[in-house]
Write a protein that binds this ligand. Structure first.
Ligand code: CP
Ligand code: NVA
Length: 310
């Protein structure tokens, strides 16, 4: 595999199947060592991770901080308002400056292009902590969760129900294309993913993956997992009312899970809007694996930091 060290982690499209499997294997190994009592190592001692988050975050912020700390790193967290970014200093200038101080930058941004701009001016790896387009750290944790539960990484069938053109849906398609999954995006037509499936044509050909787009919730039948996410992503608040109406038939409730079948687990990147995209009895029910997904954010974050920096 190509060396991962020193690279950016902005999109999984830049990573090969082998590299993604390497990251997942490493995460699994780190998780088992963690369970055996290894809480701390000094591999990355003396290194600093800067986190700049334009939007709120619980899982990504805390898991990255804990992951870095457990590897011996020092972490600085800030929102742009507390940096000169908030007063108009450009991303390019900010990146050139902090690049002289820190070893990695994790950023959560409204515009994916901001990450690309940051990476252009920083030699240090830039890690996507969520953008409008992708959430690669989440996709890694999702793949690890499915691997643990289904006992295999290849040939999985995952239905994503809801906003088919959001960051989570995109990242699921990307990792699915890389790992040879059947990914069914089930979404109202106006929210079908734009351009993402075309970008994945080569991966799909190579791995035998199948990316299916439909507006029919019947297509959850027989899948290994039913995945959903909020109808109103951060930054989409002005469309909230309209989205709640349009996505209503795509709610994941007991009836939809029955349609999917007992073999299907329920997945959600969280935070959930209970009563909207998912009902309590599903997210709290026996098919739900959402807490395992959240837990795996720590171990996959550690795998990413280690691979980029060690
Ligand atoms: N799933 C996820 O990224 O959650 P946060 O927004 O809490 O980081
Ligand atoms: N699609 C959601 C994911 C949050 C983790 C959002 O962007 O708000």
């Amino acid at each position: 595999i190509r060396a991962i060290r020193g690279r950016d982690f902005i999109t999984l499209m830049d990573y090969t199947t082998e590299e993604i499997k390497y990251l997942l294997n490493l995460a699994r190994d780190l998780k088992s060592r963690y369970y055996q009592g290894e809480r701390h190592s000094n591999v990355l001692m003396g290194r600093t991770l800067l986190m700049i988050f334009e939007k709120p975050s619980t899982r990504t912020r805390v898991s990255l901080d804990v992951a870095a700390t457990q590897l011996g790193m020092h972490v600085i967290y800030s929102n742009p308002q507390e940096l000169q970014l908030g007063r108009g200093e450009t991303i390019a200038d900010t990146a050139r400056v902090v690049d002289r101080f820190v070893d990695a930058i994790a950023a959560r941004v409204y515009k994916h292009e901001s990450l690309v701009e940051m990476a252009r001016y920083a030699v240090a790896p830039v890690i996507n902590a969520l953008s409008d387009k992708e959430h690669p750290l989440q996709a890694l944790a999702d793949a690890l969760t499915l691997w643990e539960i289904k006992g295999r990484l290849e040939g999985l069938r995952v239905a994503f129900v809801g906003d088919g053109d959001n960051n989570i849906a995109h990242s699921l398609m990307i990792i699915g294309a890389k790992l040879g999954w059947e990914v069914r995006i089930i979404s109202p037509k106006i929210y079908w993913p734009t351009k993402f499936n075309e970008l994945l044509t080569e991966d799909v050909k190579r791995t035998g993956a199948n990316i299916m787009i439909s507006d029919n919730t019947e297509d959850v039948r027989g899948t290994d997992a039913v995945y959903t996410d909020v109808w109103v992503s951060m930054g989409m608040e002005t469309e909230a009312e309209e989205r709640r109406k349009i996505f209503r038939p795509y709610q994941v409730n007991a009836e939809l899970m029955r349609k999917a079948g007992p073999q299907a687990v329920f997945m959600h990147c969280l935070p959930a809007h209970r009563g909207e995209e998912v009902m309590d009895d599903v997210i709290d029910g026996p098919q739900s694996v959402v807490w395992d997904q959240a837990e795996n954010r720590l171990h996959t974050a550690k795998a990413v930091l280690l691979s980029l920096l060690a």
